[in-house]
Design a protein around this ligand. Structure first.
Ligand SMILES: Cc1cc2nc3c(=O)[nH]c(=O)nc-3n(C[C@H](O)[C@H](O)[C@H](O)COP(=O)(O)OP(=O)(O)OC[C@H]3O[C@@H](n4cnc5c(N)ncnc54)[C@H](O)[C@@H]3O)c2cc1C
Length: 238
């Protein structure tokens, strides 16, 4: 049996940086699209051959809205989906299948939740935060967001807005190629594990984005520190 195709209209396009584009999408052809925070959809990218190419995108916004969601795209040179998405002007109808994915927010949650992401990997974590902020407002949330340079940062306004609902939410950009004037964190997100005090505070980790980062963090947490698998959840985008 073939999967239902969900048609979404492109309501708004926001270019956050040269490489990051966000699409605001509204469901058009079905009564609702239900998903759980952490899941992704498959975008059907039209091809000359006729059969669409399928690409996965994590839903960036709350699971409580079954009619609209937002997706965050990072441009990949010569990428089929990237070229398609960067050619959009607005009002187009895009086809999706889904939802897919098995990385969910673990409940009951630990006292502390640590998110480590790179590039567009923020999307899955933003979805967790927006979906769970009313249910679990008082947890300690720490988010480390890895990008290359100052100009690659995005979603500062959206993350700051979350802090109004989450009194114990802190987020940090970690820049791998920062200029000398950058006074924030430098290096890679995996260098900041220690400062979360995860050995003292019961903590669940969520990792999203670059596969190399995920591999390194898992090696540290699972193999070196011996954390239980149920405390580390990851989604690699490459
Ligand atoms: C579960 C899951 C969720 C995902 N969610 C998101 C998301 O929310 N946002 C997002 O932007 N991406 C996400 N991705 C990645 C996305 O599915 C595509 O792989 C990515 O957008 C590139 O697709 P493309 O068609 O533009 O490039 P392709 O045509 O697939 O690739 C073109 C070239 O670029 C290389 N390439 C492909 N992907 C990458 C990459 N990530 N980095 C560097 N080089 C690459 C390929 O090897 C190839 O040479 C997710 C992937 C998975 C598995």
């Amino acid at each position: 049996m073939s999967r239902a195709i969900y048609e979404f209209t492109v309501d708004q396009i926001t270019d956050h940086t040269k490489e990051i584009r966000e699409l605001f999408l509204t469901l058009k052809n079905q009564p609702e699209f239900k998903f759980k925070a952490g899941q992704f959809v498959m975008l059907h990218v039209p091809t000359e051959a006729g059969k669409p190419a399928l690409r996965a995108y994590s839903i960036a916004t709350t699971e409580h809205d079954t009619k609209k969601f937002r997706l965050i795209f990072k441009f990949v040179e010569n990428g089929a989906a990237s070229n398609f998405v960067w050619a959009l002007k607005g009002h187009e109808i895009l086809n999706f299948t889904g939802p897919f994915g098995k990385v969910f927010f673990q409940e009951p949650p630990d006292e502390q939740i640590v998110f480590l992401n790179t590039g567009s990997g923020l999307s899955q974590h933003f979805c967790f935060l927006e979906s769970k902020m009313k249910q679990f407002p008082n947890l300690k949330y720490k988010l480390y967001f890895g990008v290359r340079k100052e100009e690659d940062r995005y979603y500062e306004k959206e993350l700051t807005e979350l802090q109004k609902h989450l009194p114990n939410f802190e987020f940090h950009y970690v820049l791998s190629r920062a200029s000398d004037s950058w006074t924030g964190k430098k290096g890679y997100v995996q260098h900041f594990l220690k400062e979360t005090n995860y050995k003292e505070i019961p903590t669940t980790f969520y990792l999203c984005g670059n596969g190399g980062m995920i591999k390194e963090v898992k090696h540290q947490l699972l193999e070196i520190d011996g954390l239980d698998k149920s405390k580390v959840w990851s989604e690699a985008f490459d």
